[in-house]
Design a protein around this ligand. Structure first.
Ligand code: NIG
Ligand code: FE
Length: 401
């Protein structure tokens, strides 16, 4: 079935910018974009269905390329503690932080985790997300990580969204490995990753490289195993301190290095050369009241593609809106609305290794797009949350959420 979506303007992101086409049309066929251009140039053959988009602005479906959307419990108690002046690192050292979510997640059934994550994902979907990456990392033993990754796969089957599953077993040290971080890394490499990969539950491997998590040497062992298993890597790097984790990620051709407030110019050079995407997470920056900004000028100067994501998680970024991240990327990180939109489309696709099929509206790519009832594309970065009127098209067909 061919469909001509018309009476719209398009910000296609082709070539890495808004790439505006006013009074545009998009011809979709078998879930893909068959043709896109000015409406007057559209060649319409037999049997084409017409859809009037009422003057909407069409963008690629939004891609949230970094979330931890599946977890048990929440940590609003820690939010209150931090408002009283206790730091994230102090809470973690006292047995809270990631460890407290691990306890709640291990105690939750697969069905409970599915139900709570579904509610959070629906918020993201109502905001225009058609592709989402979700990390494990709150299980930290084989059975619990398998439970999380199974929930992540099920979410992709049950909701109208494309889901990528990332194994983040190297997120924190589980209590049973207290003071034995190297042994836990060996367990990840020898048992967990091979088993989970063999079960088809893993699309990429991530780790948390930080003084309160894992060292670059430990992360490197995880990366070597991931590559042996044919899996791409990503890294939480330079969030709280500077350990050159992002340079390490670049050496392993990581799809992305994420957070990056404390990265150096040398890290940016390495990432630019490797084509590793910088995934910036303004929700975590804001929620932790961080003051160290990621080095935007160095990233731009060295040609590092910049993505934005929600980092949806219970500890540092309980963010349920990707458009809010666009606003924060602009107000906090001084990105332009154009850069911010590229950050949740084109560059977010690249950060998931999906650049060939997603992230822009070009012939041959998957027909995932949003027709927004807005005046200008910059409106997407302008409103602070709320729900915008829109029509969501996934694989060439309109979906309701
Ligand atoms: O991306 N940095 C590590 N991981 C998460 C936070 C996890 C948590 O506190 O639960 C993040 O910010
Ligand atoms: Fe994260």
């Amino acid at each position: 079935m061919k469909t001509l979506w018309q009476n719209c303007h398009v910000a296609s992101m082709a070539g890495g910018t808004y790439s505006i086409i006013e009074d545009a049309a998009i011809l979709t066929h078998d879930g893909h974009i068959h043709w896109i251009g000015p409406r007057v140039d559209a060649l319409v053959g037999e049997g084409v269905e017409f859809v009037d988009l009422n003057g909407a602005w069409v963008t690629p479906g939004l891609i949230d390329c970094h979330t931890h959307a599946v977890f048990g419990g929440n940590r609003s108690n820690e939010f209150e503690q931090r408002l009283q002046g206790v730091s994230y690192a102090e809470i973690a050292a006292a047995g809270g932080g990631i460890a407290s979510t691990v306890r709640a997640t291990r105690a939750a059934s697969e069905e409970e985790l599915l139900a709570s994550a579904r509610r959070r994902l629906v918020s993201l979907l109502r905001d225009g997300v058609t592709t989402v990456e979700i990390k494990s990392g709150y299980g930290l033993d084989l059975a619990s990580e398998r439970k999380l990754l199974s929930v992540i796969r099920r979410l992709g089957h049950e909701l109208p969204v494309t889901v990528r599953a990332t194994c983040l077993a190297a997120h924190a040290l589980p209590p049973e490995y207290k003071d034995r971080a190297d042994d836990y890394i060996a367990h990840i490499c020898d048992e967990m990753l091979p088993a989970l990969a063999a079960e088809g539950l893993v699309d990429a491997v991530d780790a948390f490289c930080e003084y309160l998590a894992f060292s670059p040497a430990q992360v490197e062992r995880v990366f070597i195993k991931a590559h042996e298993l044919g899996l791409p890597v990503k890294l939480h790097a330079e969030q709280l301190s500077s350990l050159a984790g992002s340079s390490l990620a670049a050496r392993y051709q990581a799809l992305s290095a994420d957070h990056l407030e404390f990265m150096t110019e040398d890290d940016a050079i390495a990432m630019g050369q490797a084509g590793t995407v910088a995934v910036l997470l303004p929700g975590a920056y804001y929620f932790l009241r961080e003051t160290q900004l990621p080095p935007m000028d160095a990233l731009r100067k060295h040609g590092v593609a910049i993505a934005l994501a929600s980092d949806l998680n219970p500890g540092t970024s309980p963010a349920l809106s990707v458009r809010l991240m666009l606003n924060m990327g602009c107000t906090l990180f001084r990105m332009t609305p154009e850069e911010a939109l590229a950050g949740v489309t084109l560059n977010a696709a690249k950060a998931l290794g999906m650049g060939a099929t997603h992230g822009s509206l070009e012939v041959g790519k998957v027909a995932d797009f949003i027709a927004w009832d807005i005046e200008r594309p910059a409106d997407l970065a302008y409103w602070l949350g709320g729900e915008l009127n829109k029509r969501v098209v996934r694989h060439g067909a309109e979906v309701t959420i």
